[in-house]
Design a protein around this ligand. Structure first.
Ligand code: F6P
Length: 485
């Protein structure tokens, strides 16, 4: 690609940086998320270094403006990405984020229609915040820049930019499932149309799986009557390409984690705590979509049907706090804790407790240590766009031992076909899969892991970014060729 003074502008609701105060000094800490790591390494690669002169990341600030201004005065801003926080009035932000994003779109797109809140004001605030993002972006976008918008919080943004900059190069990627039209249609009619028109403002729209691509194409036809030809929709002014990009992980980072002394120390500490026991592990954000209560029922069923595992197995279950203001999230926490209490009350002995439950954040080292020592990872979301935990576990099994039990309703199930796949609602199936995992011969574990690992290496997060950027460039070239016809 040519040398230029073009900018790449990344946009997501949450910035991948935190503004922290340490010893009276403010500092910007990059979050552990794979996306920012991948983008950095993409741009540091020799062949890509000159593609974009500036890289900017726009997102809503979760810190006060005053603190940001103080930080800018104190410290030099990192040179690889310019961070552009947007300061949105709290009342407006809450109705957008806790309201339309996470009480309307999130439950619907994860097939929980009965949880959906229909509130016109929530939608209006969603529109308002999308417009705030558009106004801020339009102040900086120049012809030739590339804008990459991420996720369901910003469905309307591509079209809002397109209206003012018809030539802009805009990519959009959805990190959650795109549901079947039968579910999507349950949105209020004007919202449906605005969302689809909003998305079609992009030149390239990416989803994790082929199934989500098909759902989206059908939805476009049902809502707006547009058909596609090989996943390309011919709009009046442009071609729009719809494609599958299964998000990968930073494989190298996870597969080599056990060489770090901090990780090894934590591994030793965990195994010392559970001598001669098999360890089952799960980690999720607190969310009703993650299937945590059903998973507990599956584990309870195992203890009932296979009492030989009593005192021989522990289930280490970590739940990470999330979206605490929304009532459905708090209710879920109570349900989880009730179930943990019941199982531990029923099966514990004086020297053993079946479920080790933690409700807090995990650092990278501890997470990798747990992946390493776990004999089984039990990842059973009721719906999940992709699920990177499953991929991280497989990457961390560098000694080629470990069994992944994975919900067939996670996007990752397509690529991780050697995992023991289960219906996450079926306690019997979960319990049988745990039994099979705990007794699986080592050679079978090795065979399954190496096949999955090979696939994760072939399409890691770096390939994902590369692929998306290349295809966005391709569609822009195709559009130009069409115009010249
Ligand atoms: O999976 C979708 C997603 O938005 C992720 O990008 C994010 O890590 C997660 O959900 C949590 O989202 P929130 O920003 O609401 O905490």
């Amino acid at each position: 690609m040519e040398n230029s003074d073009k900018s790449l502008i990344l946009v997501s609701n949450r910035l991948p940086f935190q503004l922290l105060e340490q010893d009276g000094k403010l500092l910007l800490k990059q979050s552990d998320g794979g996306l920012v790591t991948a983008l950095k390494s993409y741009f540091n690669a020799e062949s890509n270094r000159d593609v974009f002169k500036h890289k900017k990341w726009f997102g809503a600030a979760d810190f006060p403006e005053k603190r940001w201004n103080k930080f800018k005065k104190q410290s030099s801003v990192p040179d690889d990405f310019t961070v552009e926080p947007l300061f949105i009035e709290t009342k407006v932000y809450n109705k957008y984020y806790n309201g339309f994003c996470n009480a309307t779109l999130w439950p619907l797109f994860h097939y929980f229609p009965s949880y959906v809140v229909y509130d016109q004001e929530f939608f209006e605030k969603y529109e308002e915040v999308n417009k705030i993002f558009a106004d801020e972006l339009l102040k900086v976008i120049k012809p030739g820049d590339t804008i990459w918008v991420h996720d369901y919080q910003l469905f309307l943004l591509p079209q809002l930019i397109r209206e003012k900059m018809p030539e802009a190069s805009i990519g959009f990627f959805l990190h959650i499932p795109f549901p079947s039209y039968e579910v999507f249609r349950l949105l209020h009619r004007p919202w449906k149309e605005k969302i689809i028109r909003g998305l079609l403002g992009a030149d390239l729209i990416g989803f994790h799986t082929h199934e989500y691509v098909q759902h989206f194409l059908k939805t476009v036809r049902m809502v707006l009557g547009y058909d596609h030809h090989y996943r390309t929709i011919a709009m009046q002014d442009r071609l729009v390409k719809i494609e599958m990009f299964p998000l990968g992980i930073d494989y190298e980072k996870f597969s080599t984690a056990s060489t770090q002394p901090e990780v090894t120390q934590q591994m030793e500490a965990i195994t010392r705590n559970f001598p001669d026991k098999k360890i089952i592990f799960s980690v999720d954000r607190l969310d009703y979509t993650k299937g945590v209560t059903h998973r507990l029922l599956g584990f309870e069923r195992l203890l009932k049907t296979h009492p030989e595992w009593i005192e021989k197995v522990v289930f280490v279950m970590v739940v990470v706090p999330s979206r605490q203001i929304i009532s459905k999230y708090n209710e879920r926490r109570m349900l989880i804790e009730e179930n943990v209490g019941r199982i531990n009350g029923k099966y514990s002995t004086l020297s053993w407790q079946p479920v080790i439950y933690r409700y807090n954040h995990l650092g990278f080292e501890e997470l990798c240590a747990l992946y390493h020592v776990a004999d089984v990872a039990l990842i059973t979301p009721l719906r999940d766009g992709m699920n990177l935990v499953a991929k991280e576990y497989v990457a961390c099994c560098s000694e080629q031992q470990g069994v992944l039990i994975l919900s067939e309703l996670a996007g990752a199930a397509n690529e991780l076909s050697e995992a023991l796949q289960v219906n996450p609602l079926d306690a019997d199936e979960i319990s049988q899969a745990i039994q099979q995992a705990l007794t699986m011969p080592v050679e079978e574990q090795q065979r399954k892991l190496s096949l999955m690992q090979k696939r994760l290496i072939d399409y890691d997060v770096h390939s994902w970014v590369n692929d998306f950027m290349l295809q966005l460039n391709d569609i822009k070239q195709q559009q130009k060729a069409e115009e010249q016809k």
